[in-house]
Ligand binder design. Structure first.
Ligand code: PLP
Length: 451
């Protein structure tokens, strides 16, 4: 009889975040100031971020201690369980062993609170009273609403318009924790008003919502901005996932051959995969695969260049895989994967061949998610379904080759607020979006002329 779950006690929560920077095969390119296009210094970020997070953004230290008040809140749901998907293996008829980390057990339903709690803590400690942010699918907005609630702070969330209407209950969830949530683009900011004047029917994008949240923070004294992915410190906070997974895989007597995570801005993938980078660098044959939507193929079809993090060009420029900050992805249901860029750390590891990237259309992803739900009972978020789709491909490849591979993936969130998407899939009404090559070329033509 195989075990289904591998659990750690509350006391076994990692006490440090793992920083991949010292283990990178090549140096990181510095962020550039959006006005001068010269390397941005910490002072350029101080208008919207607290000092402690800026320090984490640039540190080369390997291990960063997790403050006690952060650990105390993480303990409400961490360590998260590591499951072995025995029934899914059987359903696929694969000799592969499939393990997954279940981040869907957090109060907000995804991995996002791992960094939301840390970010709210450091902002509170710096005397900040209010945080603004963007959200795609609503998972990040919910996570920050939860975190602000715990630390007694106000929270303002700009939610990408198409997701706002696809998932109205995410907004209610944020309101339960005391946050305010508006559809983006909104009339509340200059950036939003400008975009609405050009295209009143725009579905919105994460790039647009970031512009609004950054503008709001930069124009209010007591307010800072908080980002749910992409930046180094966000990926850092997610590494509790991979560190726990390493300990839990030991309990299971297994080591992964393949580590898989879906990629929006790259944080849940990095959180699981980065702690395996030292083993890979030491020569272990381990594949780290990031999975993105075919409708927003940042790593698989984008270019590695300096670009803005937002639509309006207000953020520092980051060297990253990008489709261009003007790119507005089609309104697929995996709202959290509709981002034009990719975390600089993930991008660099991708360009250096440490990380592989694949992309899948959404209908295949829902098909995989349904097979998973019917075998394991868990209904995953549309974002996570991309990781599941890749697991299916790799498990079937192992079957074809008769190899006993060990696969580990990140179940980054549950899909309980995504029934409208599942309903469409079940009714056969879900469409795949062709890779909009012409639109991507158009967006790439507008890249800033840096480097
Ligand atoms: C459940 C879930 N998974 C994955 C993502 C993608 O983000 P990231 O690549 O930063 O993990 C999101 C983003 O909202 C999400 O909600």
């Amino acid at each position: 009889m195989s075990d289904y779950r591998y659990l750690l006690s509350e006391r076994e929560i990692p006490k440090f975040w793992y920083n991949v920077v010292p283990d990178l095969p090549a140096p990181m390119s510095p962020p550039l100031h959006p006005g001068t296009l010269q390397p941005a210094g910490p002072q350029d970020l101080e208008a919207i971020f607290p000092h402690a997070l800026i320090e984490q953004e640039v540190t080369a230290a390997q291990n960063i201690p997790i403050p006690e008040p952060v650990l105390d809140i993480l303990r409400l749901w961490r360590p998260t369980p590591l499951h072995r998907a025995v029934r899914f293996e059987k359903a696929l008829g694969t000799p592969a062993r499939i393990f997954f980390k279940n981040e869907g057990v957090s109060p907000a339903g995804s991995h996002k609170p791992n960094t939301a709690i840390a970010q709210a803590y450091y902002n509170k400690a710096a005397g900040v009273k209010r945080l603004t942010t963007e959200t795609g699918a609503g998972q990040w907005g919910s996570a920050l609403a939860l975190a602000c609630n715990f630390f007694g702070m106000e929270c303002m969330v700009y939610m990408v318009k198409c997701s706002f209407y696809q998932k109205p209950h995410r907004r209610t969830m944020m309101e339960c924790w005391g946050a305010t949530c508006v559809p983006s683009p909104s009339e509340l900011t200059q950036a939003g008003r400008k975009i609405l004047a050009e295209d009143p029917d725009t579905p919105g994008s994460l790039g647009i919502a970031i512009s609004e949240a950054v503008e709001d923070a930069a124009t209010h004294r007591d307010t800072n901005y908080s980002l749910g992915s992409v930046l180094n410190h966000v990926l850092l906070h997610q590494t509790v996932i991979g560190q726990e997974a390493i300990a839990q895989m030991k309990l299971a007597g297994a080591t992964p051959d393949i580590v898989i995570g879906c990629c929006g801005g790259g944080s849940n993938f990095a959180g699981l995969a980065f702690p395996f980078v030292p083993e890979k660098a030491a020569g272990k044959n381990i594949r780290l695969i990031g999975v993105e939507p075919a409708a927003c193929p940042t790593m698989t079809k984008g270019i590695y260049a300096y670009d803005f993090g937002d639509k309006s060009g207000m953020t520092p420029l980051l060297k990253m895989d990008t489709l261009g900050h003007d790119f507005i992805p089609p309104g697929i249901h995996a709202g959290g994967l509709r981002y034009h860029g990719m975390a600089p750390l993930v991008s660099l590891l991708h360009r250096e061949g440490v990380v592989e990237a694949v992309s899948y259309p959404q209908v295949r992803c829902f098909e995989a998610a349904l097979a998973f739900a019917r075998a394991e009972g868990l209904i995953v978020a549309p974002e996570t379904s991309h990781a599941v789709c890749c697991v299916v491909d790799e498990a079937l490849k192992a079957k074809e080759e008769g190899k006993e591979k060990t696969i580990l993936f990140n179940l980054s969130g549950h899909g309980h607020f995504d029934m409208a998407a599942y309903e469409k899939y079940l009714a056969g009404e879900l469409a795949d979006y062709e890779y909009p090559e012409a639109k991507i070329h158009e967006a790439l033509a507008h890249l800033p002329k840096a480097c």
